[in-house]
Design a protein. Structure first.
Length: 190
């Protein structure tokens, strides 16, 4: 009796461990099947361009998480939330109604995608969100290149870092940069 009780006490935890192990394997297999392949993710990233190129703001909710934050080093500002993102897209499409963004390269690394992009457009509307205030339309065409790093959770973008040369855009638009006047030399004491 003691031997069969000992076997029973030993077998129960082993059986539970085996069941748990198979359950975890099944869950990991299901999660792997649900995860996007690299090609599927690249196709999703390419589809995100509809937001910029066609002004399809309905896609923002599909591709971006509600807690979205963008760190824009060109303007040194953060865009927080989907409403602010939509506002920024609308503002950019107002300044450049014919905006066209293409991805020159897409790199996928874990929860991040890196896109090297080129944007072209004609400046026919006022440009908001500049340190100098609103820049009037110039009618000039611009071509910019930059890099955006996007962090994703459950395939939705939660955070982005964008890098591009704002000075290059300002020069292409025909604006000039005036350096500040040199400081006045100190007066000599008599």
């Amino acid at each position: 009796m003691k031997k069969s009780l000992f076997q029973f006490i030993t077998i129960i935890p082993l059986a539970l461990l085996l069941c748990l192990s198979f359950s975890c394997q099944k869950q990991a297999t299901e999660e792997a099947a649900e995860a996007m392949t690299e090609e599927e993710m690249k196709a999703r990233v390419e589809r995100e361009l509809e937001i910029w190129n066609a002004g399809n703001l309905a896609l923002v909710d599909e591709f971006y998480a509600p807690e979205y934050v963008s760190h824009d080093y060109a303007t040194n500002e953060e865009v927080v939330g989907l409403d602010a993102l939509k506002e920024g897209i609308t503002s950019m499409r107002t300044a450049f109604p014919d905006i066209n963004v293409t991805y020159d390269e897409i790199i996928i690394m874990g929860d991040k995608t890196v896109t090297r992009w080129t944007m072209t457009g004609t400046h026919t509307g006022p440009m908001q969100q500049t340190p100098e205030g609103e820049l009037p339309p110039t009618g000039k065409k611009v071509r910019l290149s930059g890099v955006t790093i996007s962090r994703r959770i459950n395939e939705k973008i939660v955070e982005e870092w964008s890098y591009f040369n704002v000075l290059d855009m300002v020069i292409q638009l025909g604006f000039t940069i005036t350096p500040p006047a040199p400081p006045e030399p100190p007066e000599e004491k008599k």
